[in-house]
Design a binder for this molecule. Sequence first.
Ligand code: GLU
Length: 303
Amino acid sequence: MNNVVGRFAPSPSGRMHLGNVFAALLSWLSVRSQGGELILRIEDLDPDRCKGAYIETLKEDLRWLGLTWDREQTPQSRRSAAYAEAFARLESRGLVYPCYCSRTELHAASAPHAADGQVIYAGTCRNLSPGQRAAKTKPPAWRLAVPDQVWAVEDGLQGHYEENLARNCGDFIIRRADGVYAYQLAVVVDDAAGGVTEVVRGMDLLSSTPRQLYLYHLLGLTPPRFTHVPLLLSPDGRRLSKRDRDLDLGVLRQSRKPEDILGLLAHWAGLLPAPEAISAQELIPMFDWALVPREAVTVGGNG
Ligand code: GLU
């Protein structure tokens, strides 16, 4: 065993759809083809969106596909002490401030994030005086003050991607007003704690990577290598989402074998010229990042 460590980090907010499985398959193949170790981490951070019942289904779906893992990390819902410790370190350096803006105020005062349509925070609460803070009555969200500085990633598939955090992103939330730590902080703390050396995930998270690199830097942690894989699009151009029940595993498993689904995904990944039944194990020697497309893949409505 060498020291390559990868991970699956699914959120139990619904049944996995083919886009989730596509990213999981590619992270599995990348690690397995290097003889590395794979971690499963349940990202059940958001109590409003995640349901315990989906956790077992997720694991069962991965096992059914033959996408095995070597160890499981503590689910995020039980890691708040570790996130609180990282948060306290940032706060003690004066890098974190409370934000009282409502959703409406945010949208009125902010420009959209260049890459993902999120708003760029205008900095409204950054320089409130202690008196102004004391006068607020609602619990604040907590933002990380970002520098006017470029953070760049050399992505395994997408190449160079950079953002000036102040201009393209803005101060971002690391702890919500309800006390839940934000994904951006949790993912950095957990990947570092797990000794993760490579992150393979969906392209929708490329634009989060400069924020995460900045957090790695502030916390004195070593970032992994990142590879962002294409999203799967439905024929009308929408990204598959957990609401698109037609391409989720619950529906697909009624009529397909794991090998059928893997063959389809391997075809979309450029590993097979046409879909044909194949097991996850059989795909390992065929795996090569050079074959995997960079751009989103449009897939048929009936799979
Ligand atoms: N939990 C995220 C998801 O299910 C993945 C986060 C990550 O890979 O960094 O989409």
